[in-house]
Design a binder for this molecule. Sequence first.
Ligand code: BTN
Length: 324
Amino acid sequence: MKDAVLKSLKQTRVVSGQALASELGISRTGVWKYVNQLRREGYRISSSPRLGYTLDSVPDSLLAAEIEENLQTRIQGRKIISCREMQSTQDHAKKLAIQGSPEGTIVVAETQSAGRGRLGRSWASPPGGLYFSLILRPGITLAGAAGIPLVAAVALARAIHRYTAVAPRLKWPNDVLIKKRKTAGILVEMSAEMDRLDWVIIGIGVNVAAASVQLPPEIRRTSTSLAIESTRTVQRTQLLGDILYELEEALDMFQTQGFEPLRKQWKEKSHTLGKHVTVVGSRQSIEGKAVDIDSSGALVMECAGGIRQRVTSGDLFFKGGGHG
Ligand code: BTN
């Protein structure tokens, strides 16, 4: 009922308590109760005894109703679990995926107390950022899924570009950089049975509002946020809508046309190829020039003696430090 009150307030600029009450079949006290609930969620609603209620502004909170309004997708984001605080949206999404939650479910939180990054790192998640995990159930094999992290990176970079007009660059496999500093990260986890994928979870963290001092000291030199890099004020629900739209487009393309067109897009946005890098893996470090992305998303490196090596995972460092 609260959502119905909100919908009416959004449709009509000013609406009387009596008109709202009759439209929704509740008492005027009921309307007042829902209006107050909305005010507590951050909606600014003024009331005048003569005219009634006016919706003055909507909060930049990741409320399900606001996210829904910004969706332009068929599937992605069509089921929303939104919380003020969570340990990790990734862990919550994983539980939901195991319980059978459908493709397109998103779990989103204002802050995370135990946000996770790639390679066992933690992901700082102060308020004002965008942290969400998306459940996918793509009908592809485990081997075919290797390109998904790069596909997600292309989609995320496209959405940030569309929304802020700033064009991010990509660091292999899936870091999103603006002016050589990390702005967003992607964590892809999956489960398969007999080589058939059961679920894939794409977890995305975007530094949106953080000022430099709000970023943890250890990443301050190498990270940035949309607030620092773009002049556009970001409404996170709109940005989330754009990210889900680009993800849906890119994933559709991946499933119908394969990795090739997305590999091309990744390479166009690359801040990796042509650079001297070291990739630190769990068993060995490889040093050389990053020369290509192969048909499965692996990084191709040219090492000493001109020997080419394929690297499928690891932490990439640019020669000279920072993000190249
Ligand atoms: C990385 O660059 O290391 C990946 C960072 C991924 C962070 C996101 S925030 C939403 C989701 N929940 C998590 O705990 N992690 C991912």
